[in-house]
Ligand binder design. Sequence first.
Ligand code: F3S
Length: 367
Amino acid sequence: MLSYDELESMEIDEKCKRILLALGKIYEAEGFVEISSAHVSGISYDNIGEEGLEWLKSIRGRVKVRTTLNPAGMDLEKWKEMGISEEFRKKQLEIIEVFEKIGAEITLTCTPYYLLKPKFGEHLAWAESSAIVYVNSIIGARTNRESGISALASAIAGVSPYYGLHIKENRAPTIVVRASGDLSVVGYKAGMELAGEIPYFIFDRNVSRDELKLLSASIAATGNVAMFHAEGITPEWKDFEKPSERVEIEGKMERKCDADLIAIGCPHCSKEELEQILRLLDGRKVKRELWIFTSRSVAFESKKVVEELEKLGAKVFRDTCMVVSPATEKFSCVMVNSGKALEYLPKKRRVEVAFGSLKECIEMAVS
Ligand code: F3S
């Protein structure tokens, strides 16, 4: 653990140092804990604009720990296919160049846990709310809900203010939630109803890691939630007393429109999800636009599956997503299986959104 004086005397970018010292004071942190990795959000030029780019360019020095990046505003190779302009591409590449210079890994994914594989109990400074919930809850590593800027400051300093979810006793569940149905919808509703809580979920069936990933994303999108426990599943579920307050949430939702785009991969698809999409297509040709988002590393690992998906007419994009890229703005109704995309697409891309399970989304794509 580093003291305030020790951080003060570090020879690092002054702005980064000031940000961490100020955050430490605001949250009354006793000091600064060493982190094993940082994950930085705010990579899309569409999100940060010219001011953000100028700020990034002013950063001096290099990152001290492994540092990964959230999705950018375009697929670095297939940007033309997405309808991205040359001007946008230039600006996006400038942002990526800055991160390359300071030593960040150009991962461009919101699922850094597939790459970094953090371990139980490790301290991190991650931005990207879906990844924060996933890594705290499902892996048991520890991070607060960092912003892109504070995660970058921590990457440069190698430490994060020691408060909040870095401390075991602050990770106790605060409410029991009996949940059934689609977990993306459960998360969407839970975030709205239970903002700021640490839910203790009891599911009525076996659930997969990918379902928990969707839950992590939607609960963080609609509510200020940074972690949950799931009975019998997550690593810390037995460590605390069970809360007495209880609620029930049913993961059911009707949201329809005539989709001209089906967008899957919020958060970025895992290898298993890509395989599941291929199974659901079952050799049928895609008749509407079907865009699938994943990371460059998962796409590389699943090369064969990606080729098969593309043969059937799906478009598999890397490095970006349906929300942070301006490319989805040209559609009028986008169908998704993600509670996070359901929340953000209308706000960020001004499109109508339909919701369905992965199976329903694929049936729409072939209809
Ligand atoms: Fe990831 Fe974009 Fe969704 S960053 S969690 S795919 S909004």
